[in-house]
Ligand binder design. Structure first.
Ligand code: PLP
Length: 457
């Protein structure tokens, strides 16, 4: 039996190059890191290159990439049309402070595919895109408050990071959640602007929205709760938000930065409930940095620079030609057929994960929808962020043990167990990932028996 200490020692012995690189990175980056979501203990694997659905680290180990840069690479790495488009563009210059034709090409593609999008505007990140939808909502309604789901992640800025991790004991009662900051850096003024609601609870949503009625500028929601569990939004909940927004004159914003891959017209197309404004990102940049937002003409026209009293939005790399041509090349290869294929692979992965846990006698399951999935070390029902957090806390160090054990078996997924499928994968890759999971659970079982027997059947 491997002890927890031996598991960590195995990982370190197996990744000497990453360990060395991280030690030198600590000399000039805080903790060797520049992106919190990609960091994990004891140190992350340092990658050397990516090709299709594979990554290769600095020690020469190959991984099946189930992370795809947190869902942004729908075709995996170095997708040939993207490489060609970016290569041709970079030779003509990477950014000019001027409009370029490819902006119209990508905007038109998004407008033609995504229901309710009359006009589009580009940004440099998903964070900027969600932020600008909220600012548009404030300008349009003249109101200040934002209704936000607990555990919802909309990017790195104050309002978006309120109630991101609703820890028990801090977050208040589930039918009346308290706005809580992610950390000490969040502006106190942002707390007062946010009305948190639990995911997938139409009753509480209706009550909280009615209570604050004419103070609410926007209700922002992910159609699938990404960061805290890959939990699909229930149709009744999304409908309740739509109706409540209309009843109080607030705007409904869908954050589809992750969810857009759930349909040709995004998640709203699949779920049959539509927002007033939508924020997009990740896959639409073909692997390069991007964000975009769009919606009804009368709302989006506030960004028309020739308008008096409009909303100012400037960003040095917004609409840069590299992201535009990469996005166009990638999105042209997102077709009903390619989406159906990765959705099927996603289902194969989710079903297989849950079966692997059952066979190993370990509490666990996969949640998700379409090509998105997340592994949880609990088999309790999961409908909102508090459910996910309870599972994470009950699992304690087992989350890290499983993550490192999967890395050691060549499966690259997020430390919290998030996975997604790229079009570069086929059934063979999914089955290999499932075999690695089964092997990892078998190897971990004796350690779990000794340290965390509550996780076993
Ligand atoms: C749902 C959602 N919205 C917004 C963002 C922020 O996007 P970005 O990291 O490009 O700023 C993310 C990033 O993971 C996300 O998952």
């Amino acid at each position: 039996m491997r002890t927890a200490t031996e598991l960590l020692a195995d990982y370190e012995a197996w990744t000497p190059g990453s360990k060395r690189w991280m030690a030198s990175a600590r000399e000039c980056l805080p903790g060797g890191d520049t992106r919190a979501s990609a960091h994990f203990a004891p140190y992350p694997v340092v990658m050397e290159r990516g090709e299709g659905c594979r990554l290769v680290d600095v020690d020469g180990h190959e991984y099946l990439d189930l992370m795809n840069n947190f869902t942004s690479l729908i075709h995996g790495h170095a997708h040939a049309p993207v490489v060609k488009a970016v290569g041709e563009q970079v030779a003509r210059g990477s950014a000019y402070a001027a409009p370029v034709e490819s902006q119209v090409g990508l905007a038109r593609l998004l407008r033609d595919r995504v229901p309710g999008v009359d006009l589009v505007r580009f940004a440099s990140s998903g964070s900027e895109a969600t932020l600008m939808t909220l600012r548009a909502a404030r300008a349009f309604t003249g109101r200040q408050k934002i209704v936000k789901v607990e555990g919802g992640y909309h990017g790195s800025y104050d309002h978006a990071e309120v109630s991101m991790i609703p820890l028990p004991g801090e977050a208040g009662p589930p039918d009346r959640p308290r706005p809580i900051p992610l950390d000490a850096s969040i502006a106190k003024s942002a707390l007062g602007d946010i009305i948190p609601i639990p995911y997938n609870d139409p009753e509480v949503a209706r009550a909280r929205i009615a209570e604050h009625g004419d103070e609410i500028a926007a209700i922002i929601v992910e159609p699938i709760l990404g960061a805290l569990g890959m939990l699909p939004g229930e149709i009744d909940f999304l409908r309740a938000l739509r109706e409540a927004a209309d009843a109080v004159g607030a705007l409904l914003v869908f954050d589809e930065v992750i969810a857009l891959r759930l349909g040709m017209g995004g998640a709203q197309d699949r779920m049959g409930v539509g927002p007033d404004l939508i924020a997009m990102g990740k896959i639409i940049g073909g692997g390069l940095p991007i964000g975009a937002f769009g919606g009804r003409r009368d709302l989006m026209e506030c960004f028309d620079p020739s308008r008096q009293g409009g909303v100012w939005h400037a960003s040095t790399f917004s609409g840069n030609p590299l992201s535009m041509v990469a996005g166009l090349a990638a999105m042209r290869d997102v077709t009903p057929e390619s989406l159906a294929r990765i959705d099927d692979l996603g289902e194969r992965l989710r079903v297989g994960v849950t079966e692997a846990f059952q066979r190993a006698g370990v509490h666990g399951q996969a949640t998700g929808l379409g090509s998105l999935a997340q592994i949880h070390l609990t088999d309790a029902p999961l409908r909102n962020a508090r459910d996910s957090l309870a599972g994470i806390m009950r699992a304690g160090p087992a989350g890290q043990w499983l993550h490192l054990s999967l890395l050691r078996r060549g499966i690259y997924l997020s430390p919290r167990g998030m996975c997604c499928i790229s079009t570069a994968m086929g059934p063979g890759e999914i089955d290999a990932a499932l075999a690695a999971l089964e092997d990892a659970l078998g190897a971990l079982r004796p350690l779990l028996e000794r340290e965390l027997p509550a996780l076993l059947h």
